[in-house]
Design a protein around this ligand. Sequence first.
Ligand code: AHR
Length: 487
Amino acid sequence: DIVQIDIREPQENIEVSANLYGQFIEYLDNSITGGIFDENSPLSDADGFRKDVLIKMEDLKTPVLRYPGGTVTKTYHWEDGIGPRSERPARRNLIWGGVEDNHFGTDEYIKYCRLIGAEPSIVVNMGTGTAEEAANWVEYCNGTGNTYYANLRRQNGSEEPYNVKLWSLGNEEAAWEDAGRLSNPEKYAEEAWYFAKMMKLTDPSIKLFSVADPFKKEWNDVVLGSLAPIADYISVHWYVGTVEGKPLSIYSQIASFDTTLTELSSYLSQYPEKVENFSKWYRFPSRQDAIKISVDEWGIWESTGGGKYNLDCRYTWRHALATASFLNVFHRQAGSVTMANWAQSVNVLGAILASDKGSIEQTVYYPLMYFRQYLGNSLMSVETSGMPVIEGGENLQALDISSTYNDKTNEVSVFVVNRSDKKVSANMNIEGVKASNAKLVQITSVNEDAKNVIGQESVVAVTEENVSLRKGIKIEPLSINIIVFKK
Ligand code: AHR
């Protein structure tokens, strides 16, 4: 049996944003302190950044780094994290436990973003914080005048403004379970509008993210009923985990996310592409582009993860295959999803694991890194026929595929995940493309349950070879593949 894969120029051009490869860090256990930052480690530089972790973060080519949470934002006060480190107040982390010494704050975060080449993306405190506090944070980061907060930034070492453009109006505010107080949509909409006004008056050029809930239409109706004129993004979170005894269930949850994104995208189409006739009384502009979806947090959160909240996940090779499938969903949904952040970067649900002895890439790191490397800037359409389904997988197709085109290098990349334990032969037909020679990057592991462990050799193997597309290609069992050729 041979699978036929047809790659075509799409009828309309759909841009694929590199921001689909964002990352996320939070004041949660050893995600920041003990993860990317450790002043007491011999593995750290003079700023306290772990050098070994930094290299791994750089290799991910993360275009955007979201901070400081997460649920913790509901109690985080940014002014605790500026000025001389020895004078910063230590506070209990009421959300996740432990004590936060605040030695990694806004200036350290921006420095870290600059080091890894990522754009900062900040979430403000709408739980115990005020709109004024949020606006002051904008002024601290972006103010150019002779003002108190801009001068405070200068005093703390940065003459130049940080120019932070991405600001989220809270985090998961629709959830009543944690310290939030805005889980009523009318309440959130009213507060968020007020926060937005104060922040936009401080810097009219910032982009705002409003909290959405894919399962609560009423929430979205009320919130966007108010915020649609100024919300550039809606923020959605999605974690998957395995249903006990059903290892393939992880893929069905990714498929249902795909459906949810399609529904959300069609829901958003009722809002105008750009807002005209915005009230003349507001001294800031209205939204000028269609509202986009930002999957601000996504990842794999197993109930067997370990630690108090199962956040201590040790990812298997199956998790890496699932991560690659997730990324394919983002590529295919790129018309409406323009940002997504893997949650989280280090230790806590981390793509990278760091201990005081060293750090490693977990299995899930590999698709994040390699897909990013070969990501193009527009979407190609993919059609298949003769696709085998996986036994016991509720109609789960063996191969999951997406494709992009890069107009700078003139290269097409085809991202193929083989989730079955059988080899699949495929013929690739590329309409309008003369190429017959391609590069095949193949990422495999020893078995589906293999994990990377600190101090041991990696269980992941990456090979690159030249292949002739005319002869058809063989897709190895349980493998992640990127097929790249010139158009
Ligand atoms: O990433 C861990 C937590 O998951 C975040 O704090 C929260 O936003 C989400 O529920």
